[in-house]
Design a protein around this ligand. Structure first.
Ligand SMILES: [Zn+2]
Ligand SMILES: [Zn+2]
Length: 228
């Protein structure tokens, strides 16, 4: 729990300090929505993120049990599958997670579920980096479901999983920056803060996390004019 909170404070706090406090005036032209999030909103984002971390730290126990008893496809030596597979496995985790999060996200937008669960994340129409993990506990459980999906389906090394989870934390925070940093858009199919901002203002579009493949394929992709 302590590690989760520490990582959250660093990963969300550094860009928040940089873009919303120190560089607030300097970077204003890159702000996607011109209004700044209120203090009340930021405190709520932090409150719900802390609840999410309570759920995540409770969910680690079945994971440790499965690992200890050898139920998962974990392997111990990188050489067992080689360095190429080690790198490919991280990429596979990202691709599997991208598909998983797109469909889980679509599911949570179903009218039977939305009002009771995912609406909470959509309270933050002008997201800040603190909102990346501001979920209803039910949504936290669903998002955590990616871990069993990965560890039971592909051979994985501990470090590959650590790198993937670290990447996920950074990327989820990145899409909630609220600022359009063009230099960080590296390729056409990359999901960006601008794309995710569309989702927070118009929840019919842009359900993706890392890429826009699924949104383009399913007709839920909407491009917003660039800020700045
Ligand atoms: Zn969001
Ligand atoms: Zn949504």
């Amino acid at each position: 729990m302590g590690i989760l909170i520490f990582r959250y404070v660093v990963v969300a706090g550094v860009p928040y300090l940089w873009l919303y406090v120190i560089g607030k005036d300097k970077y204003v032209k890159y702000k996607i929505q011109k209004a700044q999030p209120t203090r009340k909103q930021v405190l709520l984002e932090i409150k719900y993120s802390l609840i999410t971390f309570c759920v995540y730290s409770s969910g680690i126990w079945p994971f440790l049990f499965w690992l200890k008893d050898g139920y998962t496809k974990n392997y111990l030596e990188i050489n067992d599958y080689g360095i190429i597979y080690f790198l490919v496995s991280i990429l596979l985790m990202i691709l599997i997670h991208d598909a998983y999060s797109y469909w889980i996200h679509r599911l949570m937008h179903h009218k039977m579920l939305f009002k009771y669960t995912h609406l909470l994340h959509h309270r933050f129409k002008n997201p800040s980096p603190w909102s990346a993990f501001a979920f209803h506990p039910f949504e936290s459980v669903l998002t955590m479901g990616i871990v069993p999906v990965i560890i039971f389906t592909i051979p994985w090394h501990n470090w590959a999983l650590v790198i993937f989870i670290t990447w996920m934390i950074f990327y989820d925070t990145f899409v909630h920056l609220g600022y359009n940093i063009r230099q960080l858009k590296l390729f056409k199919f990359q999901n960006t803060p601008l794309d995710h901002d569309v989702h927070h203002t118009n929840s019919k579009y842009n359900f993706g996390l890392y890429f826009t493949f699924w949104d383009r394929l399913m007709g839920t992709y909407l491009i917003k004019k660039e800020a700045g």
